[in-house]
Design a protein around this ligand. Structure first.
Ligand SMILES: [Zn+2]
Ligand SMILES: [Zn+2]
Length: 357
């Protein structure tokens, strides 16, 4: 049991220690400067990137991870007139500059400025400072009828929408999603919301995930391998899918994705590959059969705004993907659940006092 408690001007955060360990510790509450705002955490999503950074030990000790947040405004710096105290807001942690070569060419997520983390100390914290660029350009006030559990998906769903748009899939096209975890199923929901006529097949070895995919609107589901090939051929009169979204990662999935796509189809890579993994596939899949392999990374302002509108309109409600909600005190438990694939989306809420009198 951790007995370190916050003082009146400090808050608890989940701080990385290395070796997959974290500790709940007090940190001074950040002070707002002009253009900034301070949020009291409402919920923060546990993301595949957080999982990746913890399992690969790539977050330096003292780092506070977490970036999919919904918070309530508790302090405002000078000049912020877009928001009022008490507003519920969602906001991403990265905002591109809008002016550099990458931004001008539509590769905003490669922008040098985009790398800067605009949340202090990070999302796994009871209060979070939002820097001025994110406050001015990227934060959205959440309407009363939209739940925290839906709004918290704006950032990850924006990443998904970027891949969906770049795939070029038509509104009546057929998509395959490799992986029925929270990102795979989020692809399903974003595809159905953005392109209501689309047919989607979800490929996952776990039966409960396939069942959930069907209840969320998948036209077909199958285990990887021959069953997946049969299902996709059945759905496309033998042609193969217009677009395949790989939410698992790695060269084996790429080869399977090429097999599941039609001639002229697109494979979108949407996951970290194992370190050093190299792909080998028939190059004529690209030249002779006009297949395309592309990757998309993160999401920019355009996708965030578009996803926010989809959620606001009710077309997109990812909240059924939330399987666990727990206070930040239980962070290690949430981490194990995610690591062992025993959860889909985990949301953390502010710490509860563990003080016993
Ligand atoms: Zn994320
Ligand atoms: Zn830029």
């Amino acid at each position: 049991m951790d007995h370190r408690l916050p003082s009146p001007d400090s808050d608890m955060v989940v701080s990385c220690l290395g070796n997959e360990k974290t500790v709940l510790e007090p940190r001074p509450r950040p002070m707002v400067d002009s253009g900034e705002m301070l949020l009291r955490l409402r919920v923060v999503g546990f993301c595949g990137t957080d999982l990746f950074k913890l399992t690969t030990d790539s977050a330096s000790p003292g780092t506070v991870l977490g970036h999919e947040i919904v918070g309530e405004v508790i302090d405002l710096g000078d000049g912020v007139d877009k928001f009022d105290l008490g507003d519920r807001v969602c906001v991403p942690h990265h905002v591109p500059c809008g002016e550099c070569l990458y931004c001008r060419r539509g590769n905003e997520t490669m922008c040098e400025t985009f790398r800067e983390n605009l949340m202090e100390p990070g999302g796994f914290a009871d209060s979070i400072l939002i820097k001025s660029r994110a406050t001015a350009l990227a934060a959205h006030r959440i309407p009363d009828d939209i739940s925290d559990a839906a709004a918290v998906f704006v950032e990850p769903a924006a990443c998904v929408l970027r891949g969906v748009e770049r795939s070029g899939i038509d509104r009546d096209g057929t998509a395959v999603i490799q992986g029925g975890g929270s990102m795979g199923l989020l692809h399903l929901l974003v595809l159905k919301a953005a392109l209501p006529g689309v047919s989607v097949a979800v490929i996952d070895p776990l039966e409960p995930r396939r069942a959930l995919a069907e209840s969320l609107g998948a036209s077909a589901t199958a285990a990887p391998g021959d069953a997946a090939l049969d299902a996709v051929q059945g759905l496309t009169a033998g042609a193969g899918a217009d677009a395949v979204f790989d939410t698992v990662g790695g060269s084996r999935l790429l080869e399977a994705g090429l097999q599941l796509s039609r001639q002229g189809g697109t494979i979108v890579l949407f996951a970290h590959a194992p370190d050093g993994d190299r792909a080998g596939f028939d190059l004529n899949d690209l030249f002779k059969f006009e297949r395309r392999v592309l990757g998309t990374y993160s999401g920019a302002l355009h996708e965030q705004a578009a996803v926010f509108e989809l959620i606001k309109s009710g077309a997109l409600d990812p909240s059924p993907l939330v399987t666990h909600t727990m206070p930040l005190n239980d962070f290690q438990r949430g981490y194990s659940l995610a690591k062992n694939q025993e959860a889909l989306k985990i949301l953390f809420t502010p710490t509860v006092s563990t003080e016993t009198t």
